[in-house]
Design a protein. Structure first.
Lengths: 145, 181
């Protein structure tokens, strides 16, 4: 994968940040508007895929190395599990343990739900980007393309 | 109800065209059109959460399919048909249609759920969790255990893909072991 033409690279440089920002918005407002961690995480992954398609894999590896992918995937899964386990201290699994849940329709409300959304968004975004990289960089042994 | 039937006929036609087309690239794009019809269907049924998720998953799967299969020169499709294949397909479709007719007859009417737990969610979700989006409060608070299971499925599948397609540990073609049998 060598990347695409100059026009695609120039347009990508302007749009990829906006796509990433929109994904973060969808994740952060998952408890207020439609969307949530899964959809927002896929949009975050799509912004990185956009960069891989336009600039080639070497440029993208600089911005998103393999180690960062595995750290993000594991951190998302562990954070989501930890939120569930902390609830056991208060009574049962996945207890919404904030006593003051905040005012509804505000960004800081709904107890643990935004934290769960962020964890799932991190996990889904890095995990699906890892699947895309593995599938698109996979080549049969001994075959050059 | 008319718009549901229009979208449904569009999706069925798209699926048939995707099966019958010869080129792999056109088939993949037609499957994308079927997914877009499903997204419009979710919007008509007033489920914007599902519509957003369906749309972005469809885009991601289209990119992955085109990058991983079509660009690789594996786009040849062999198909052959014989009398026995057509006969077994006809027999299967008769049995399947009869069984699904008997099953669908017992379903409750469209839009009328039998269980009362959804009423509880609609009435109490805002006061109990503080989340304005009821879907988020159901999947991350009332039913968070299910979501943990889904997250585990995704985690295990990512691990499986990365373990199967890793570069280390694969042998080149000329030093591959001979099969025993």
């Amino acid at each position: 994968m060598k990347g695409m033409s100059l026009i695609v690279k120039r347009v990508t440089r302007y749009t990829v940040g906006l796509i990433l920002l929109f994904g973060i918005y969808i994740v952060a407002h998952g408890h207020l508007t439609p969307g949530g961690g899964f959809a927002g995480g896929i949009i975050i992954a799509l912004s990185f895929i956009h960069m891989v398609l336009a600039f080639g894999k070497d440029e993208a590896k600089k911005n998103m190395p393999n180690k960062l992918i595995s750290i993000g995937e594991s951190a998302g899964a562990l954070l989501f599990l930890a939120i569930g386990l902390v609830g056991i201290a208060g009574g049962f699994f996945f207890l919404n343990f904030f006593v003051n849940k905040g005012e509804p329709f505000h960004l800081l409300s709904a107890g643990t739900i935004p934290l769960c959304n962020i964890a799932i968004g991190l996990k889904v975004g890095t995990g699906l980007f890892a699947i895309f990289m593995a599938l698109s960089l996979f080549r049969l042994a001994g075959k050059e393309d | 109800m008319l718009e549901f039937y229009v979208v449904m006929v569009f999706m069925i036609l798209g699926a048939l065209v995707a099966v019958e087309l010869r080129g792999l690239l056109s088939s993949v794009i037609t499957v994308g059109a079927v997914g877009l019809g499903l997204c419009v269907m979710f919007l008509l049924l007033r489920a914007p959460d599902l519509a957003i998720t369906q749309l972005v998953v469809e885009i991601l799967m289209l990119i992955v399919l085109i990058r991983a299969t079509v660009g690789r020169g594996v786009s040849r499709i062999h198909c052959y048909s014989s009398f026995w294949i057509i006969l077994s397909f006809a027999l299967f479709s008769v049995v399947f249609l009869a069984a699904s007719y008997m099953a669908i007859k017992e379903l409750p009417n469209f839009g009328q759920a039998l269980m009362s737990v959804s009423d509880f969610y609609i009435k109490n979700a805002l006061t109990k969790t503080g989340a304005a989006n009821i879907v988020a409060s159901v999947i991350l608070d009332f039913r968070a255990y299910d979501t943990l299971g889904e997250a585990t499925v995704l985690f295990v599948s990512v691990m499986g893909v990365l373990a199967l397609l890793r570069k280390k540990g694969r042998k080149a073609i000329d030093e591959r072991d001979e099969p025993d049998c």
